[in-house]
Design a binder for this molecule. Structure first.
Ligand code: ANZ
Ligand code: ZN
Length: 813
């Protein structure tokens, strides 16, 4: 018997697969399984193995079922870490990235996946980013890409702008530096034009996790309300507020402006006089240091100052004080809020802190009991909206008293529209997407700036604008590309005079927003992708990836898809039918793996010691794809033990044979295993599929030991090996050829189907009662449970005979 030594055959098969053409002919429709393309960080970690192995098992399985499976790979190769690593180690970002790609590709290949390497894309290659530029120019043409200025999240260490999605707890997601606010000129994409389309309907056709859909919908944050004007006493221009609670207008006891509001600016520069300016100035100055995130989070402890201005409530003519406070954001609505402390939680805290009057203007209908209304009359509008939307009743609201909230809203909307003091408005929380970075390692923005005649797109025939190799990319606050004067110089495409290139580069989230289209035709030169291929293979069947991409990447990818749809490039508006989020493998100590903790599991070492099949099998067995659990070396050794058992079964020559007298129970168990493994792999429950296979191996072992001769036919033995093939592709291929004498790959063989007739238990045990007392149990053939046969067995049973012999009886079946 040969010993299980994966090192002796694993690399052989990987090479054979790579070199030999695959004779497989699909008979069923295409499947597109997509895993988020890895970032070229340097080494493949166990998390990469996990996120790719399970989709690979699914891909191999679907292929064996006859599908034309597309399972591509590529590299997200631009971005800051390359630049940072380059500065730290004195290597060029491109060289660093390319070296990483080489290492990672080598590592990936040891994983024995069926990835379509010939479709690989590398985002930092001109062949790819040329189409980033093309898409950018199309967006520019449609007015979706524009140059603007905005108060931006700025990372002082990386010297770059960050999108909101790039901030974690107020810190840069890459380097952890505190993010500050700075007014910066940059390129934007008008994702807000697609805000409505990005909102998931209640019951979408696509299977995306509820958490993702809710998260994205909240991020888009559509809300319907009104913009309403309040006159300012002794000042020419009114303040417009955005409110979703017009029915609370009689409860307004103050106005709050954001520190960036134009009226506050007028106070700051003295255009507008304030008796409180000595308090307003320092408050506004320090508020501007906080990031939007901090202002939202820190909004618990309210701060603010009175401006000395007064406004007039347009409904009841009341004079109310105007405050400035940083819980009002300049980036949302109009940057001004009508304070309703009776019903808005934030306004309520503010009023309590600064002793402003609180007026209740909504109460529950009489029929509703047990509602918590605070002693000062506070009843949270957020609760009202959810639970009693239409039934709350107005009070303290003049002629509107007694109306329900929805009746009042309708009437008030009519009133403000006829008086021309307000209008119905939709607001979104999502901002336009800032896409330019003042850094080097990215796609150059394909624009030209001419002193004489303005800004022009680079003509399409001149694409790609290649990223120059020679630049000084040390951050100085000036974009690194600007340091290469030769590169910067270009003739104006309009007037021909000397002009300048745009020195900024695109956010890497731009690259990853459409890469899965490019996979289909990675070398296509007529456009970003071959639309015929898209029609054949897309939408993606399942998109596998991490939950950290809920609000960034997957939202951008959906936006690009909708844009492509509008260009007529794709026939659908959602790119993936299903999204599946993977969990995290923790270190053996239950903590996140990290170098500093020393709890990192290195897949290369494991492959060397146990072989790739064991690592794959364990990753599939350790937990469901969505779960998070610690690594266990002993369980992994268990996986190794299982594969060794299988190896011994197939190499010992005693478990199966062509002429075996088969064990009927084992045949049934095998067919049941085929059935459940098929079902489980299809449902991506790899761990339970493996558990079923383990049961079969134990049953096979027991039966063989008892019989002391082969108990399965070779044909059936092959079927089990096929079940295991997607999980342990190398060992099964070795056995398939060496032990079973097959000539073509097990991975192009046809997936076994359970024999319906052999799914039932072989025998059934039944109790037999005589005069109401159980006297015996009999065993009958499961295929023969007809009354006559069963009764015959019962009546010939020795124990039963004792009670029935010589007596008269009646049989009840
Ligand atoms: C008065 C009011 C009374 C409000 C009430 C709510 C409840 P959503 O649903 O998220 O759109 N608001 C408006 N602009 C703001 C800004 N720039 N910064 C902070 N808060 C702002 O929220 C809309 C509500 O958020 C608006 O309706 C406004 O407060 C506040 F019982 O107006 B409301
Ligand atoms: Zn010009």
């Amino acid at each position: 018997m040969k010993k299980y030594r994966p090192q002796e055959f694993e690399s052989k098969w990987i090479k054979v697969w790579e070199e030999q053409p695959d004779p497989f002919q699909p008979t069923k429709e295409p499947k597109y399984y997509l895993v988020e393309l890895p970032y070229t960080s340097g080494d493949l970690h166990i998390g990469h193995w996990f996120t790719f192995t399970i989709p690979d098992v699914l891909s191999r399985f679907k292929k064996m079922q006859g599908h034309d499976v597309f399972f591509p790979i590529g590299y997200d190769a631009f971005g800051l870490p390359a630049e940072n690593a380059a500065m730290k180690r004195g290597v060029h970002p491109r060289d660093w990235t390319m070296a990483n790609i080489e290492t990672m590709t080598k590592q990936f290949k040891t994983m024995a996946t069926m990835l379509n390497w010939e479709h690989m894309i590398i985002a930092c290659e001109p062949e790819y980013y040329r189409w980033n530029q093309w898409i950018f120019l199309k967006m520019y043409e449609k007015g979706l890409a524009y140059r603007g200025s905005a108060l931006s999240n700025w990372c002082e260490k990386d010297k770059t702008v960050l999108a909101n999605e790039g901030i974690e707890n107020g810190k840069c997601w890459r380097c952890g530096t505190e993010v500050v606010q700075k007014e910066i000129e940059q390129w934007f994409l008008k994702i807000t034009d697609y805000a409505d389309q990005l909102i998931w309907p209640e019951n979408p056709e696509q299977q995306w996790p509820m958490s993702v859909r809710v998260g994205q919908n909240n991020w888009v944050g559509k809300s319907e309300g009104v913009e309403l004007q309040f006159e300012i006493v002794d000042y020419k221009s009114p303040v417009t507020v955005f409110t979703t609670a017009l029915d609370t207008i009689f409860g307004v006891t103050f106005l709050v402006l954001s520190p960036e509001h134009s009226i506050i600016s007028a106070l700051m520069d003295g255009t507008l006089k304030s008796s409180e300016i000595e308090k307003v100035k320092p408050y506004v100055n320090q508020a501007q240091k906080k990031t939007e995130e901090e202002r939202k989070i820190g909004a618990k402890d309210k701060t603010g100052v009175f401006t000395s201005l007064y406004a007039v409530n347009p409904l009841n003519g009341q004079k109310i004080p105007v405050w400035v406070a940083d819980y009002v954001l300049s980036s949302y609505g109009t940057g001004a809020v009508m304070g309703v402390p009776g019903h808005d939680a934030r306004d309520h805290e503010f009023a309590q802190k600064f002793e402003l009057p609180i007026v209740q203007v909504l109460k529950p209908a009489d029929s509703i009991k047990d509602i918590k209304i605070e002693a000062d009359g506070f009843w949270d509008y957020a609760d009202i909206k959810v639970d009693y939307k239409d039934t709350a009743i107005l009070l303290n609201s003049g002629e509107y008293d007694g109306l329900t909230s929805s009746e009042a809203k309708k009437k008030l909307e009519e009133y403000i529209q006829t008086k021309k003091i307000g209008e119905i408005k939709k607001q979104y929380h999502i901002h336009d997407w800032s896409i330019s970075r003042q850094r080097y390692w990215g796609t150059p923005v394909p624009m030209i700036h001419c002193d004489d005649c303005g800004m022009h797109p680079v003509p399409e025939k001149d694409l790609p604008v290649e990223l120059p190799y020679d630049v000084d990319f040390t951050p100085t606050g000036k974009p690194p590309l600007a340091t290469n004067e030769e590169w910067m110089k270009v003739d104006c495409p309009k007037c021909g005079k000397p002009a300048m290139r745009d020195a900024e580069t695109l956010d890497t989230f731009f690259d990853s927003a459409w890469y899965f289209y490019r996979y289909l035709s990675p070398h296509y030169t007529e456009g970003p992708f071959d639309t015929e291929e898209v029609k054949k293979k897309m939408p993606v069947d399942i998109y596998f990836g991490g939950s950290e991409h809920t609000l960034g990447h997957t939202l951008y990818a959906r936006f690009f898809t909708k844009f492509f749809h509008d260009l007529g490039l794709v026939p659908f508006t959602e790119f993936a039918d299903r999204r599946m989020e993977h969990g995290v493998i923790l270190g053996p100590d239950g903590h996140r793996m990290s170098k500093s903790r020393g709890n990192v599991i290195n897949p290369d070492d494991l492959v060397k010691e146990y072989g790739a099949d064991t690592v794959r099998l364990y990753l599939c067995f350790m937990m469901p794809y969505e779960a998070t659990a610690p690594w266990s070396t002993s369980s992994m050794q268990g996986a190794y033990g299982f594969l060794r058992k299988v190896w011994d079964i197939y190499t010992s020559g005693t478990y199966y044979s062509d002429e075996a007298q088969e064990n009927a129970d084992l045949v049934i168990l095998l067919n049941k295993t085929i059935q459940s493994v098929t079902r489980d792999v299809d449902a991506i429950k790899m761990n339970t599929a493996i558990a079923r296979m383990m049961e079969l191996v134990n049953g096979w072992n027991d039966a063989t030991r008892k019989a002391e001769k082969p108990v399965l036919s070779t044909a059936n033995a092959k079927k089990f090996l096929q079940l295991l093939a997607p999980f342990a592709p190398l060992m099964t291929e070795e056995i398939w050829h060496q032990e079973l004498g097959e000539k073509s790959s097990i991975h192009s063989s046809i997936w076994p189907v359970a024999d319906k007739c052999k799914l039932k238990e072989a025998t059934i045990t039944m109790p037999v009662q005589v005069n109401g007392k159980m006297r015996a149990t009999i065993t009958v053939d499961a295929t023969d449970v007809e009354e006559k046969a069963v009764v015959d067995v019962a009546l010939t049973d020795a124990t039963v005979k004792k009670y029935t012999d010589g007596k008269e009886y009646k049989v009840i079946y």
